[in-house]
Write a new protein. Structure first.
Length: 179
């Protein structure tokens, strides 16, 4: 029931005219992708993959051109996004709620960021909950992503650095390792 409700919320939010086209568009939404299963036809980079917004505002369109209608406007610089498809200079992206559309590649950056999913998430000096807490971050805060082990990621936000459990972050996949 909840999954159906989410699809209808997306349909209403996207303002879709045809139910079939909208269902196809929303079926690609993933909360946290398991593994890159393909490569982009333009960049030859893995799909899906995470990026961030370079601009402070960017239009997400129904299709990959300026002629397509704007369905969504991203208004947060450094927001992590998931690229799910490529076409020419356009990338189909989704936010953590699975909403999005086609965005021009010049609005995106390879700089990795994450969104904090848990309120007052503790960052530790080391990837160990027994180490000293360096800061606590509110839900919705965007942090720069550093190194990641199997369970922990190093973050930087608001002048603070520390390690946080990967399970409380959106913008990094569960099995992703970073040096």
């Amino acid at each position: 029931m909840q999954k159906t409700g989410n699809i209808f919320k997306r349909l209403i939010h996207l303002g879709c005219a045809g139910l079939l086209a909208c269902v196809v568009f929303t079926q690609g939404a993933t909360a946290n992708p398991i593994k890159a299963t393909a490569t982009g036809s333009v960049t030859n980079l893995p799909l899906p993959r995470y990026v961030s917004m370079k601009a402070s505002e960017g239009n997400a369109r129904r299709g990959p051109s300026l002629r397509h209608r704007i369905d969504w406007v991203f208004k947060r610089r450094d927001m992590p996004l998931l690229i799910t498809a490529e076409h020419g200079h356009w990338r189909r992206v989704e936010d953590r709620d699975g909403l999005g559309g086609w965005v021009h590649y010049s609005l995106l950056s390879g700089v990795r960021t994450v969104i904090i999913e848990e309120n007052m998430l503790k960052m530790y000096n080391r990837p160990d909950p027994a180490s000293q807490v360096s800061a606590a971050l509110e839900a919705g805060v965007i942090a720069r992503l550093g190194k990641c082990s199997t369970e922990w990621c190093q973050l930087k936000s608001g002048g603070y650095r520390g390690w946080a459990p990967k399970s409380n972050l959106w913008g990094v996949s569960e099995q992703e390792l970073r040096d």
